[in-house]
Design a protein around this ligand. Sequence first.
Ligand code: NI
Length: 166
Amino acid sequence: MAILKIARMGHPVLISPAQPVADPNAPEIRRLIADMAETLADAGGVGLAAPQVHVPLRLVIVPAADGQSLEALINPVIEPEDETTEDAFEGCLSLPGMLGRVRRWARLRYRAQDIDGQPVEGVALGFRARVIQHECDHLDGRLYPSRIADFTDFGFVEEMRQRAAG
Ligand code: NI
């Protein structure tokens, strides 16, 4: 396994739509997922999208439903379960040290392929739903600042800590 370099905002790979993974069973995809998991653990994040490690493919790793482990979602497709939304602060390893308040669907339904190439689907709620939306945005070349409604809710972690906790 290897720790990969994380692209930061401004790199072209972060603003380009990613391509579908043609063969989720390919050994290089399994290796990429392992490397992304190691990179995420090293960086201390909660989710990671392949474009963030300079690989323009539709693959993310996100918290699993058990709340303990991570899972890979390959070629994920998401849709809201209903019209409920939630506002919360989120950060991104591609914008280190920053936070912004973003509105997300509170509940979503996802379909994808897993690390074995098998179809998976499910419903995600709350924090997990937020992470899935954030990571899937990366696959469309979208970073969270573009979803911030009020830029007074955007800033450096050290400056925002009190507000983010509230
Ligand atoms: Ni991110």
